[in-house]
Design a protein around this ligand. Structure first.
Ligand SMILES: NC(=O)c1ccc[n+]([C@@H]2O[C@H](COP(=O)([O-])OP(=O)(O)OC[C@H]3O[C@@H](n4cnc5c(N)ncnc54)[C@H](O)[C@@H]3O)[C@@H](O)[C@H]2O)c1
Ligand SMILES: [Zn+2]
Ligand SMILES: [Zn+2]
Length: 348
């Protein structure tokens, strides 16, 4: 089969690899119909994720059809249409039983990391019963590709952790796919203000179309001042960090209102300065989270009912044979104006 393989920092190739097979009774093999690329895949390619070995097939997002199941898989059978979660969970360990699927003792984020991933014609999914979600056979499956990772991430790490409630004021720093998924799911709770911050005017334009009440380009370094002005000097109830650099975490600390929440989503490669000397008396809560994908069943229903429309984030389409171009397009998002690129297998 064809697969996108990591060949060490800066190197990747579409290669021919053996089709995976069921190895354990709890496994399923899924034929991938559509997959996508995550910012984390770009981090891997930079060599930032040491757990990814040379030769690994990348990808942790996708939809497909069950090809084969192990003898212990009871919820799925060959032919079922499924969503692959970016988090693999056994459903049985202490962490899974607490809803901490991202810290599953035998799973977590392993796809396209410590085991072969979804940017291929087929993928082996361990703990298939609790790591796959059934899709309606007849529906268009493309919107659901966005539910493998970005929507649960924006919703769980941003919206739920940010405790967004009716009438609240929210700032989302970062208008990438994750920030925009946060923007769309924040609107479930009818906040009064959603200010979206980025350095890219094109992405800010998309944020405005998708429901931001205000947008702020932070390139001039005056974003904190402007957000404080927009909130009458008070700051925002939820400051959501969706970039992952010290500068944007710092901005969140400057704009959070008393008793507000700083909800960090960004993956940080460097330490940040925590301004406790300012925050200590402000009753501020700081949250972090690796997405658990426990909200996937609920998000599936919002897509099926038309309440959530993830296709708003899909900008480009490629086939698996053309995945090199998909990576180039996604990696140069400022020029290509890419948000999510969908990669379809040649078998449809
Ligand atoms: N917590 C989790 O479980 C989890 C899961 C998936 C992704 N993530 C992380 O979420 C973050 C966002 O992901 P994404 O795919 O949307 O990334 P992205 O790179 O597409 O988007 C980041 C956005 O931030 C903007 N930006 C960069 N520097 C900025 C600055 N100084 N000020 C304001 N805006 C700035 C960019 O223009 C871009 O639009 C990443 O750090 C990613 O690794 C976290
Ligand atoms: Zn991801
Ligand atoms: Zn587990």
């Amino acid at each position: 089969m064809k697969a996108l393989v990591y060949l060490g920092p800066g190197k990747r190739a579409l290669a021919e690899r053996p089709k995976p097979a069921v190895e354990l009774p709890t496994d399923a093999v899924v034929r991938i119909n559509k997959t996508t690329i995550c910012g984390t895949d770009l981090h891997i390619l930079k060599g930032d994720v040491p757990t990814v070995a040379t030769g690994r097939i990348l990808g942790h997002e996708g939809v497909g059809t069950v090809e084969e199941v192990g003898s212990a898989v009871s919820h799925f059978k060959p032919g079922d249409a499924v969503l692959v979660s970016c988090i693999t969970s056994c459903g049985k360990c202490e962490n899974c039983r607490r809803g901490l699927n991202s810290h599953c003792i035998q799973g977590g984020w392993i796809l396209g990391n410590t085991i072969d991933g979804t940017q291929a014609e087929f993928v082996r999914i361990p703990w298939a019963d609790t790591s796959l979600y059934r899709l309606p056979q007849a529906a268009d499956h493309e919107p659901f590709v966005m539910l493998s990772d970005i929507f649960p991430t924006g919703y769980e790490c941003g919206v739920l952790n940010g405790r967004i409630s009716p009438g609240a004021s929210v700032a989302i720093v970062g208008a990438g796919p994750i920030g925009l998924a946060t923007l769309l799911t924040a609107q479930f709770y009818a906040p009064a203000e959603i200010i979206v911050v980025d350095v890219d005017d094109h992405r800010l334009g998309i944020a405005k179309r998708l429901g931001a009440t205000q947008t702020v380009n932070s390139r001039d370094g005056r974003a904190a001042e402007r957000i404080l002005d927009l909130s009458g000097g008070r700051g925002v109830d939820a400051a959501i960090e969706a970039v992952g650099v010290p500068e944007t975490f710092d901005l969140c600390q400057s704009i959070v209102a008393p008793a507000g929440v700083i909800a960090n989503i960004g993956v940080h490669g460097k330490s940040v300065e925590l301004h406790l000397e300012r925050l200590w008396s402000q009753n501020v809560t700081l949250t972090t989270r690796l997405v658990d994908t426990v909200s996937t069943p609920l998000l599936l229903k919002t897509v099926l009912s038309g309440r959530l429309q993830p296709l708003a984030l899909v900008t480009h389409h490629f086939t698996l044979t053309d995945i090199a171009r998909a990576y180039d397009t996604f990696a140069h998002a400022a020029e290509s104006r890419a948000l999510k690129v969908v990669i379809s297998s040649s078998h449809g």
